[in-house]
Ligand binder design. Structure first.
Ligand code: NOJ
Length: 730
């Protein structure tokens, strides 16, 4: 007869309690421990630990369903209670099918697109035997120097809320136990992106006002979408490490946001509380972190090594351990691990890179690449023009995969060069230089090659002559330049937002030929090379586009699709403006808030929300339709396609509350958008309800509040564009 916890017909809570009641303290602490299977050359060396009930989860195993099943068998068949292990991995912007990175996808202004992409990622992940992915990243991008902006949904809280909630739905579906879904993990909780100077892992000072209104909303939205887990972050706020912060982990996350899943620390982060000078030793770190609300420990073993003794001596409450175990077990039941602990090894190959996944990846590239400027050179004619494709990103498969490759493989990628070779006759492709300079080496007397710190970095591949020759004999040049994906992501901060390596020299040499240039920028952050904007006839921001880079970009370049994406992050003129974001707070002297004496033009080069199509649009004035018959007031503007092509225009509603006694509100806040598919000459109304939901903010104690009073409203194609109308909210 099976026990209550083994009976799928029983409610999850009963199963959890039944199982918890059978566990020893060692088994309980085992459920709070996550290990990295790669720490042992042969992961099967972990089998005794698994069978002993001392491993709850593995992170970052190989994509090897058979190995994963062998490890799982030790848990299910050899451990005393048979509690399955949960396998997790960083599947961030796709698994084997890599999609464009998050700031690109957010720029589609179509959250359902993210939902669909993450559903594919979930399907591929579950097929290899993962039940848990460490995404979405709910951090807000405000400083382009910070390498991890490449993982965010950009700088705007409203857009981030929609995009992160959509990702949770994509990963988990309606039921995370389905054979093609996984548990999501919201990270990095919280304030991680507010690091001083954009330097990863650095100190964070964050007021309750900014925390509540800027950094928390997307976590809240993703919790409401049903996210099963959260990852606490590496940073400290005001000296208190996130992993040990009771206010954020318990009072806010569980109290205000209503989160019911479990919290895992980031990599080593429990023990890093000692490095922060906050905890004395492992025992202290374990006690502080678990009591604060951090349920599972990633990588380090402070919980498992020290908490049994602390519980036995009465210095740490058993009830706190048990509550954390309950949360972990609950999620294991919710993802269906007790019913289906093993993965179907034979089904794996057929589940990855399916045609529908690749078609979606291509659609995502076309919908997330931003046309930043265009003098009419785009779209390119399909015949009759000689095109030179120049730059190190033109044919580099690895670079397209992006900063978190997931299970992505370079060999799966179709590059821009590969696609254009098929679609254009007379195409010339020249690499021109490497993506970055390589560290120079020297050869010692014994023949060994070692780094040479005294020599300047090298680029032996620089081929200005070849690039110039190709440009001269072409009618139009497409330049594929940017920054390597290895310069983006965790700890990849940059002091300059320039093209990397010798690419600026390459660009300048090609630009000097006078040929029209279409620049396609591959990046994980906004890059601000002013000459690229000045000397390019058109600029497309492709970000890190993933496995279908070539087909998706060619669809845009050759006009089979019209660009529709917008910038999810403002592009600064100079790195020194960082942090720069459109929704900056007002100051006592508002016109000076972006001001630098030695910068000829102020503000962003392009603000958040900016993006062109192959058509043109006119916005009529904003009119307010007063509330009537129980319906709220509405802001309405007519948008007309005044150009010659079908296109999708994204009309955006921005608001500003003119006076707020709780604290000054930002210069502008996005509070709605409409994607309008319009034919030439066609008009549509962009309508937005003016409710408390549209106009409000979070008080310092976390309540949503919409004050009566005066507001400014804009309906416009981007932030800081157009004239506002005044609206009195009664
Ligand atoms: C550290 C990163 O901060 C986090 O994003 C990631 O999920 C974990 N490592 C696990 O790889």
């Amino acid at each position: 007869m099976s026990e209550i916890y083994q009976d799928p017909a029983m409610p999850v809570e009963n199963r959890v309690e039944d199982l918890l009641g059978r566990m020893t303290i060692a088994e309980k602490l085992g459920q709070l421990s996550q290990l990295f299977s790669g720490h042992k050359e042969n992961p099967e060396d972990y089998i005794p630990q698994i069978a002993g009930g001392r491993v709850s989860s593995f992170i970052w195993g190989k994509a090897d369903p058979a190995l994963r099943n062998r490890l799982q068998r030790a848990a299910v068949e050899s451990s005393r209670l048979g509690i399955p292990v949960i396998f997790g991995m960083d599947i961030i912007h796709g698994s084997r099918t890599t999609f464009p990175i998050a700031p690109a996808m957010a720029g589609a202004f179509e959250p359902e697109l993210l939902e669909r992409a993450q559903a594919v990622a979930a399907r591929e992940a579950r097929a290899e035997g993962l039940e848990w992915v460490f995404a979405p990243m709910c951090d807000l991008a405000r400083d382009a120097r910070w390498g991890r902006v490449a993982e965010t949904c950009g700088e705007d809280p409203y857009l981030s809320c929609l995009c992160n909630a959509a990702q949770v739905k994509g990963f988990q579906g309606a039921d995370a136990s389905a054979p093609d879904r996984v548990a999501a993990c919201l990270k990095h909780y919280v304030g991680y992106s507010a690091v001083a100077g954009g330097r990863d892992y650095n100190e964070v000072e964050l007021t309750e006002w900014t925390l509540r209104n800027s950094h928390l909303p997307s976590f809240r939205a993703a919790v409401r979408a049903g996210a099963l887990t959260v990852m606490s972050s590496f940073n400290a706020i005001g000296g208190v490490p996130a992993v040990a912060n009771h206010h954020t982990l318990t009072e806010i996350l569980r109290g205000d946001l209503g989160f019911e899943g479990f919290v895992v620390s980031d990599w080593n982060a429990v023990m890093e509380a000692v490095n922060w000078g906050y905890a004395k030793d492992a025992a202290d770190a374990a006690r502080l972190a678990l009591a604060a609300g951090n349920d599972m420990e990633m990588l380090t073993s402070a919980y498992i090594d020290t908490l049994a003794a602390q519980v036995e001596s009465g210095s740490f409450p058993l009830a706190v351990v048990e509550e954390a175990v309950r949360r972990v077990l609950r999620v294991k039941f919710q993802v269906g691990l007790f019913e289906r602990p093993y993965v179907d090894e034979a089904a794996f190959d057929a589940a990855i890179l399916r045609p529908d996944a690749l078609a979606l990846a291509r659609e995502c590239v076309a919908k997330s690449t931003v046309l930043v400027q265009n003098d009419g050179v785009l779209p390119l004619p399909k015949t009759g023009k000689k095109v030179a494709l120049i730059g190190p990103f033109a044919d580099d498969q690895r670079e397209m995969v992006g900063c978190w490759s997931g299970r992505g493989q370079a060999a799966d990628v179709v590059t821009l060069a590969a696609t254009l070779r098929q679609r254009l006759s007379g195409l010339t492709v020249v690499k021109g230089c490497d993506t970055s300079l390589s560290a120079p080496t020297k050869t010692l007397q014994d023949g060994s090659v070692v780094p040479d710190p005294d020599a300047a970095p090298l680029d032996n591949s620089l081929d200005l002559e070849g690039a110039v020759r190709a440009a001269q004999s072409a009618d139009v040049v497409v330049m594929a330049v940017g920054e390597p994906c290895g310069w983006t992501g965790e700890s990849r901060n940059r002091a300059f937002l320039s093209l990397s390596g010798n690419q600026q020299a390459l660009f300048d040499a090609v630009a000097a030929t006078g040929k029209p240039i279409v620049t396609v920028v591959f990046c994980g952050r906004p890059l601000s090379s002013s000459s690229v904007f000045e000397k390019s006839a058109a600029v497309l921001y492709a970000w890190q586009p993933g496995v279908q880079a070539g087909p998706g970009l060619a669809d845009l370049l050759l006009g089979d699709a019209s660009p529709s994406a917008r910038l999810s992050m403002s592009i600064p003129r100079e790195v020194s403006q960082s942090p720069l974001y459109y929704n900056y707070p007002l100051t006592g002297r508002p016109n000076t808030s972006c001001y630098y004496l030695d910068l000829p033009a102020q503000g962003a080069k392009f603000w958040f929300g900016h993006g062109l199509t192959y058509s043109t649009f006119e916005y009529g004035p904003v009119t307010i339709i007063p509330a009537a018959g129980g319906k709220p007031a509405e802001a309405v503007a007519t948008v007309t396609n005044t150009g010659e092509r079908d296109a999708v225009e994204t009309a955006q509603l921005y608001i500003r509350q003119l006076c707020c006694h709780e604290g000054g509100r930002p210069s502008q806040e996005l509070r709605g958008f409409r994607r309008l598919a319009l034919k030439p000459g066609e008009s549509a109304e962009a309508r937005f309800p003016l409710t408390g939901e549209t106009l409000g903010y979070f008080t310092r104690s976390g309540q949503w509040q919409a004050d009566p009073g005066d507001y400014h409203l804009w309906i416009s194609p981007a932030a800081h564009v157009g004239e506002p109308v005044k609206y009195l909210h009664a």
